[in-house]
Design a protein around this ligand. Structure first.
Ligand code: 13P
Length: 249
């Protein structure tokens, strides 16, 4: 069976004091769940979060990393640095990184390789913009994002890859893809993977939905057969809401 996963992407929110408060609230909410639970604090709070959640069923993950091993890349963080503080999973390709920091498919393919070389798991994000959906090009856009960054890999490496479909028009807008829209796209994504790597591999890859996922719509989304969980932005900043989403499984 595929892993069910709910991951909170805290983005550029929460200083150390606010992070500490959110961690305390998360610990109060922890329950056994069939889903794997992850949170992605900002880099400055990663180590503190890791120490604070040690031994609990919440994995601390990173929001980004550079593809180089080390060197003259002012302001960047390497895979080795993340691993050295206990972080084993990284989000790559978020639409905000693509839009505001000019991350290209080509750079993302390199980040993917580096993360896998370091035995890290990846939550690889992609998704179409509103104009793509309006012109009926959403499948073409999504397929090319996946192919350009991931299709150079041998199939077995997908054991460490989690996909996150995040339609840009649904991120932080309050507008969620309908469960049917999410299911249709997730099924398409799985078929795209299967065409390249076979159904054995495609059926084992968890595909998360992200974009205004909240307690009120999580259950409907998660009951769809190809929706294996969520990547949560805004609602993950509130421990009660976040665990309401985790418990939607
Ligand atoms: P929101 O849940 O705030 O729409 O953000 C989704 C997201 O970008 C998660 O990575």
């Amino acid at each position: 069976m595929r892993k069910q996963i709910v991951a909170g992407n805290w983005k550029m929110n929460n200083d150390l004091v606010q992070t500490e408060a959110l961690l305390i609230n998360l610990k109060k909410q922890i329950q056994t769940s069939s889903a794997e639970v992850m949170v992605a604090p900002a880099f400055t709070n990663l180590y503190h979060a890791f120490e604070s959640l040690k031994g609990l069923n919440i994995e601390v993950i990173a929001q980004n990393m550079h593809y180089a091993e080390n060197g003259a890349f002012t302001g960047e963080i390497s895979a080795g640095m993340l691993k050295s503080i206990g972080v084993n999973t990284v989000i790559l390709g978020h639409s905000e990184r693509r839009e505001y920091f000019n991350e290209t498919d080509e750079a993302l393919a390199k980040k993917v390789d580096t993360a896998l070389d370091h035995d890290m798991r990846i939550i690889f994000c992609f998704g179409e913009e509103l104009a793509d959906r309006k012109s009926g090009n959403e499948e073409m856009v999504v397929a090319s994002q996946i192919k350009n960054a991931l299709f150079h890999l041998p199939g077995w490496k997908f054991k460490d890859i989690i996909l996150a479909y995040e339609p840009v028009w649904a991120i932080g807008t309050g507008e969620t893809a309908t469960p049917e829209q999410a299911q249709d796209m997730h099924a398409f994504i799985r078929k795209t993977l299967a065409n390249q790597f076979g159904y054995d591999i495609a059926n084992r890859v968890s595909i998360l939905y992200g974009g205004s996922c909240k307690p009120s719509n999580a259950k409907e989304l998660f009951t769809k057969p190809d929706v294996d969980g969520g990547l949560i932005g805004g609602a993950s900043l509130n421990a009660e809401d976040f665990f309401a989403i985790v418990n939607a499984f």
